[in-house]
Design a protein around this ligand. Structure first.
Ligand SMILES: [Cu+2]
Length: 527
């Protein structure tokens, strides 16, 4: 019998839930969900309900129906190879989709917004989880409504495991409660209440920034952990905020706590990297290990940094023809219609932000040494003879942020690539810009090199190629700082040929959700 434990995290109900516990433990193999846990194995889900629970604040949630048992705010767990076969029910007053961010899926299952589910309608969603073990997530992607719906709480986690992943848990000697999966978001909180999503023109241009962090839906969250290694799989689920993740020992004058990067968006690195801070932008994930032995309380924070918002002067009111046909989730929420920012519930990008706390109990044995090798991941390699496909990220004072000067159109195919092609993408960000976390649907990629990095990321480069620690893993979302050029190796091999027959449309877009709804997207086709 497999004794290794997988530990999930219960998502608190939307709203201000100070000091709510974060963790509950379950074993994945064999799977036993204790009462109150919010972990749902993907293969057991029959319906995935998308519903609004608070029309005043516009809060929404996912509910997984396991055929008798209903789990709100579920954290989905899967072993590589498991199947998802469920009906998605849209009970929102707006169209929605379910996009499984990071998974290799056919267009029909990708939820990219080509075929949104109308209010009151349902759609069958069936696929096999083919990806490496890692933290993936699911969220709405209906064009023009994405930022509002994700901000409303529709951001669920999917933890995929496999043999390498389980071997790591065993090597770390993880005890129940010491493996956590967390979605970190931010919200505007005033007088103890979550403010609805009412972005101003400035918010639409730079992104929506709150003043408080939510961890799995809870503000001021804390998790009890035991002495030894703690493994954290973290998603930046903020609409727009970049996180410079670090840890402080609250029992030791706030001294920094070092940690190890174990993995990125698409699973484990080849070897762990010791770090003191790491950038995590919207849509990105990190897998890290912290030795909490001898400590009593550790605070996870986003450290202060220069966010490099170099774009100035633009005013942006997003106008989607479809928006006028549907009500908002709360009060006025169309970009550009909101009131000016209230300084009391706004913390700029790059401001220091408390995220969550780990409360340590017990005096265990010393934590075992980290394994020198974590996975069989090869070093990123440039395909021989590839001509780079060039893209530019632009800023236009009238139109906002664009890819190759072109606002998104649902019916446009920007370019086509051949099935199984291995390409190099050269992407350059404008110097009068801001950081853009660019996300590729359907496929993962490797970062080959960075050039002309300035600002706080530059000193974190650990490699002659200019790459950051997170660039050494498998990625589906990568941040480009202003003025930077990135070279990516993209592999368009499609697993499961029969499921992917015929032309498949995918998207490449900015995961700052205000930019995404503001047309910073392009479609491409795989033929
Ligand atoms: Cu952007």
């Amino acid at each position: 019998m497999n004794r290794r434990r997988f530990l999930g995290v219960g998502a608190a109900a939307a709203g201000v839930a100070a000091c709510s516990p974060l963790s509950s433990s379950v074993a994945v193999t064999p799977l036993a969900v204790p009462p109150g846990a919010s972990v749902a194995p993907v293969s057991a889900i029959r319906r995935l309900i998308v519903e609004r629970v608070d029309p005043v604040a516009g809060r929404c949630r996912y509910v997984a129906d396991l055929g008798g048992q209903q789990i709100a705010h579920p954290i989905l767990v899967a072993r590589r190879g498991d199947r998802f076969d469920a009906i998605v029910e849209n009970r929102l007053p707006q169209p929605t989709t379910v996009h499984f961010h990071g998974l290799a899926l056919a267009e029909a299952q990708d939820g990219a917004g080509f075929d949104a589910i109308a209010p009151g309608a349902s759609k069958a969603l069936r696929f096999e989880v083919k990806n490496r073990a890692g933290l993936y997530w699911f969220h709405p992607h209906p064009h023009g409504f994405t930022a509002e719906q994700v901000h409303a709480g529709l951001a669920g986690l999917l933890v995929v495991t496999d043999a390498e992943d389980e071997a790591l848990d065993a090597a770390l000697g993880l005890v129940p409660g010491n493996r956590l999966a967390l979605a970190v978001a931010d919200a505007r909180v005033a007088s103890g209440a979550l403010r609805p999503y009412t972005p101003s023109e400035e918010d639409c241009l730079h992104g929506w920034f709150g003043n408080r962090a939510l961890a799995n839906g809870a503000i001021g969250a804390q998790a009890p952990v035991s002495s030894g290694w703690v493994r954290l799989q973290l998603l930046n689920a903020c609409n727009a905020r970049g996180l410079l993740l670090g840890f402080r020992d609250n029992g030791s004058d706030g001294a920094g706590v070092p940690f190890h990067l174990l993995g990125t968006d698409g699973g484990l690195l080849a070897a762990p990297i010791p770090l003191e801070q790491v950038f995590l932008y919207s849509g990105e994930r990190v897998d890290i290990a912290i030795d909490v032995s001898g400590r009593r309380e550790i605070a996870a924070v986003s450290l202060a940094f220069d966010p490099r918002h170099q774009a100035r002067g633009g005013r942006l009111a997003h106008r989607h023809p479809a928006r006028g046909n549907f009500p908002t989730l709360s009060t006025e929420t169309v970009c550009g219609a909101g009131a000016a920012r209230d300084a009391a519930d706004f913390l700029p990008d790059g401001g220091e932000l408390a995220l969550f706390r780990l409360r340590v109990s017990g005096i265990g044995k010393p934590a075992p040494a980290l394994p020198a090798r974590l996975s069989s991941l090869p070093e990123a390699a440039e395909p021989a003879g590839a001509t780079p496909r060039r893209m530019r990220l632009d800023f236009d004072e009238r139109l906002g942020f664009l890819i190759d000067q072109t606002p998104y159109r649902l019916d446009e195919i920007a370019f086509s690539v051949g099935r199984g092609a291995r390409e190099v993408w050269e992407i350059r960000n404008s110097p009068i810009s801001m950081p853009h976390p660019m996300h590729l649907h359907g496929f993962s990629f490797r970062v080959l090199r960075r050039q002309a990095t300035f600002g706080p990321a530059r000193r974190l480069a650990i490699h002659g190629s200019g790459r950051l620690p997170t660039d050494l893993g498998v990625k589906d979302t990568v941040v480009l700082w202003p003025n930077e050029t990135l070279w990516l190796a993209v592999d368009f091999t499609l697993p499961g040929e029969t499921a992917f027959s015929g032309r498949q449309r995918y998207m490449f877009h900015c995961h700052n959700l205000e930019h995404e709804d503001g047309m910073m997207m392009r479609n491409f086709a795989v033929l």
